[in-house]
Every structure is written in structure tokens, then in C-alpha cells.
Design a protein around this ligand. Structure first.
Ligand SMILES: [Zn+2]
Length: 485
């Protein structure tokens, strides 16, 4: 029997303290429909890539509807989300019972102006449209904020095990395999969720930090070593979304009674709660001044670059680190990849390669991002409507869209300015401009955990600095209204 499986996605991570709203125009730049979904995602390390790979290997037919992606920024616009939700529901309704199941990719930490858990509302709307019997398997981000209501519309849910998210494709495969096993009658999945009551800043959600790494490994072993079908996902949660279900959770899917799923989820959740203090202080965090001094000192004798991590920047345009580093441009080789600044990128692209242009760099998105930094920049390279396929462990095969982009030289500092916001996480931001990351003393990054796949082991040291921005390491400083820290 050849199964027909509907596939869809609606994805965004929302840092609700940021003052700007992500509109439909941003979503549309990351949206594909129908057969475009297959062309965009096949052979990529993405959830949809994993769905397609598993269906293809099993001889099942993928029926793609839509995949919309708003990236990671502030609130998602309510009308945009409602529109994509409706497109998915109408797409499923139009299929009129001709599919055997649905594979769905959601993030789990999307928030709109009106909805605190829009992913739950999307799932419920889909469930209402397709009825109680169609299996719906959902792949979620490891940073999902979940409670039982969030996943009530799903048959089973699966989260990435790792951050950096090197297993997005593998997570799609886990969801698709569970669906195929269910359709074949090999298993009857039951699911349960437990919450340890823990809110972690993103930097401490890196799964190569301890004790998180050991807890994640335990969840993986509970899955692969179980005598009967079981899949346990540990979700770190997303501290910068102010929602009632903000925080870590565990979801277990088993072939068996719900009480067995609950036993596994609660056991894992208690393990997390027992490690609360160690999880909440997993790596040193420095002030900007202290971190800069440390980075410059280490860089003097190091053969590899030191990474300064301006992790509190949630929009890729903060200038706290950039402004401080400019004072050292004559003493160290410094790179600042992927600063989000559409106006500076447009001006540099218009001026052309070789031109000298006065620019006010960064700091345009919001007050806490810092002031724009005045510079005179030489335009070293120009890329119009720049899009490339990622090569790093996490973004392998994924389409990275930057819009008009320019590489600038400011007193020897190499700064790339982009029109679309993307975090620099791997070596692509250097290689795409013919630069060698090893040629720099200091690299300023804004990633939280994803940079570690490329930079941990390569960088001489990773220096985490806290800046007065929207994503502080100390989450008790956040003005929560809905979350309980
Ligand atoms: Zn994530």
C-alpha cells in the first residue's frame, strides 16, 4: 500500500520582549508552497528534509501544502499567522480525506500579539478540520515552550535532541517513522508531557555543556534502548518568550498505555529538576569590558581566533560589542559577520566595490540594541539578493537568504552587513567572501548555541559577554508578566 502523507510547516521563534513585530513580508521571504516545498527542502538538514527523506525511502508519497518560516525575532504578526494557518487547514480540507496522515513542523515558541500559544491553536484547528482519527506527527524545536494543551491536537510530538540543532533532519525522520509505523499497525502511540519548572537562558541550553549533555544523552538512550517503541524528547524551552508555559518540558511517546509515557516523562523531568542549580550556571558570563580584555589577552598568543559572544542580541544588529571593538581595530584582526542593517547594505551595494562610504552601522532595530555606530567604510565586496546553500553541520543544504549584502572594511575590521537578519553560526559567512576564519584574532558572534558546532574546538576560547540587551543571561531580570521564573 502506498501511503499519501500531507506535509506542512509554520515556524517562528519569538523573543516577545523585542518591540518589533515580524510581518507577513518577512514570513513570505521564507515561505514555499506545493511542489516548491520539495525543491526547497529535499537533501537538507531540516525537519521537512527529514520528512521527505523518510517518506521517499518508504515509497510513500509526500503531499506538500506549505512551509512558512518567520525566522527568530520579535512577536509574529497575528494576521500573518492566521493566514498561514488557514492555508494549511484549507489545503488539508481540499485533500478531502485522500491522505493517510500529516507531518507538521512547528517551532513551539511562536507568539503573536493576540495568542500566547499559536502553535497549539494551529494544531487544534487542523485537528478540528481533519477529525479525530488522522495521525498527526509534529516535529518541534528543542526550544519549544510546551504544556499539555500545546500538543493536545497531535498524535505524537518529537523535538530536536541537540543545540546546536545538528539533528533537525533526524527529528523529521523520527516523526515520519513513527507515522509510518502507526499506519502499518505496528504501534499505537500514546503521549505524555511533564514540566520540571525550569527557565534557562538560551546560552545554557547548549547540549555540549554539562550536566545538560548527560541528561540529553539519557533521554536518547531511553528511546533507542527501549525494548518496545519509545521516544523521549527533552525540550529546553525559550526564556525570552513571555508565555505561561515558558520553560523546560519532557515529552514521551510510547507504544503502550499513557501511564507508561507519563512514567518516562516524569522520571526525566525529575532528573532535570534535581540538576536545577548546575543547569542554571553552566558557563561563565563576563561583562563586556572584562570579556573584551580577556579576549584580547588570549588572542595575543593564540593561533586561532577568540570568539566574543554578544549573546543578548536577539536581532543581529546590536552595537555594544562593535562599538567597543572599534577601539582595538589597529591592534587586532577583527571580524563582525552578519550585522543586520538593510540601510547600510543598500548604501554600500549602491556605492559599489572599492567605494568609501560614511555609514551609521547597526542599532536600528530597538532602543536596547545600542546606538548606531558612525564609520567610514570601504566596500570590499557586494552581493545583490544574496542567497546560498549552507555547508555547516546545522545548516547543511539549507537555503540561507541575506538579501543585498556587503563586506565592509572599517580600519581593518571586516564587517558584513545584511538586509535580512541571519545569525552567523558557522564558517560560511567567511568562506562566501573568500575569507579564512583562521586569519582573525577576534570574531564577534551573536549566536546562542548554534555557533558551537563550528567554533567549539576551533576557537582559542569562547568568551560569553552580557550586554544591556533583550536577551540577558540572568532571566530573573526579565519583566515577565505571564511566565513564572
Ligand atoms: Zn532552537
Amino acid at each position: 500500500m502506498t501511503y499519501r502523507i500531507a506535509c506542512a510547516g509554520l515556524h517562528m521563534e519569538c523573543a516577545t520582549f523585542l518591540p518589533h513585530v515580524t510581518g507577513r513580508d518577512v514570513f513570505e521571504a521564507g515561505t514555499v508552497r506545493g511542489a516548491q516545498v520539495i525543491a526547497a527542502f529535499e537533501n537538507s538538514n531540516t525537519v521537512m528534509g527529514g520528512f521527505l527523506k523518510t517518506l521517499d525511502a518508504a515509497g510513500a508519497t509526500a503531499v506538500p501544502i506549505l512551509h512558512a518560516d518567520g525566522g527568530a525575532a520579535g512577536l509574529a504578526d497575528q494576521a500573518a499567522v492566521a493566514g498561514y494557518r488557514q492555508e494549511i487547514v484549507e489545503g488539508l480540507t481540499a485533500l478531502d480525506g485522500s491522505v493517510d496522515g500529516l507531518l507538521l513542523h512547528l517551532h513551539g515558541a511562536m507568539v503573536t500579539q493576540d495568542e500566547l500559544d499559536p502553535d497549539a491553536i494551529t494544531l487544534d484547528a487542523i485537528r478540528k478540520a481533519v477529525g479525530p482519527d488522522l495521525p498527526i506527527m509534529v516535529a518541534l524545536d528543542y526550544h519549544a515552550n510546551l504544556d499539555a494543551a500545546s500538543i493536545a491536537g497531535a498524535t505524537a510530538v518529537f523535538g530536536y535532541r541537540y543545540s546546536p540543532h545538528v539533528d533537525m533532519g533526524a527529528t523529521g525522520e523520527r516523526a515520519a517513522q513513527c507515522l509510518l509505523k502507526t499506519l502499518a499497525g505496528d504501534i499505537r502511540p500514546a503521549m505524555a508531557l511533564a514540566r520540571p519548572g525550569l527557565i534557562l537562558p538560551s546560552i545554557f541550553s547548549a547540549t555540549d555543556l554539562e550536566p545538560l549533555g548527560s541528561l540529553v544523552e539519557k533521554a536518547r538512550r531511553m528511546s533507542v534502548e527501549s525494548a518496545t517503541y519509545a521516544d523521549v524528547s527533552l525540550f529546553a524551552g525559550f526564556a525570552y518568550a513571555d508565555v505561561p508555559n515558558c520553560g523546560a518540558s519532557v515529552v514521551a511517546v510510547v507504544d503502550g498505555p499513557t501511564r507508561e509515557a507519563l512514567r518516562l516523562a516524569e522520571g526525566m523531568s525529575q532528573d532535570i529538576a534535581r540538576n536545577r542549580d548546575a543547569l542554571s550556571s553552566a558557563a561563565p558570563v563576563h561583562s563586556l569590558g572584562e570579556g573584551l580584555e580577556r579576549a584580547l589577552r588570549i588572542a595575543r598568543d593564540a593561533e586561532r581566533p577568540v570568539v566574543i559572544l554578544e549573546h543578548a542580541d536577539r536581532a543581529n544588529d546590536s552595537t555594544h560589542g562593535l562599538a567597543a571593538l572599534l577601539g582595538f581595530a589597529d591592534r587586532a584582526r577583527i571580524a563582525v559577520p552578519f550585522l543586520w542593517d538593510p540601510a547600510a547594505a543598500a548604501k554600500a551595494v549602491a556605492a559599489g566595490e572599492g567605494a568609501e562610504v560614511p555609514l551609521m552601522l547597526g542599532g536600528h532595530s530597538a532602543p536596547l540594541a545600542g546606538d548606531p555606530v558612525p564609520v567610514t567604510a570601504r566596500v570590499e565586496a557586494v552581493r545583490r539578493d544574496f542567497t546560498y546553500r549552507g555547508t555547516g553541520a546545522m545548516r547543511a543544504g539549507s537555503t540561507v537568504r541575506l538579501g543585498d549584502t556587503a563586506l565592509l572594511d572599517v580600519r581593518g575590521m571586516k564587517i558584513s552587513v545584511t538586509s535580512l537578519s541571519q545569525s552567523a553560526i558557522d564558517f560560511d559567512p567567511f568562506l562566501e567572501f573568500g575569507l579564512d576564519p583562521a586569519d582573525f584574532d577576534i570574531v564577534l558572534l551573536r549566536s546562542k548555541t548554534h555557533f558551537r558546532a563550528a567554533w567549539e574546538g576551533f576557537a582559542a576560547e569562547i568568551v560569553i559577554v552580557d550586554t544591556p540587551d533583550y536577551g540577558p543571561a540572568d532571566v530573573s531580570k526579565l519583566p515577565y508578566r505571564h511566565a513564572t521564573p
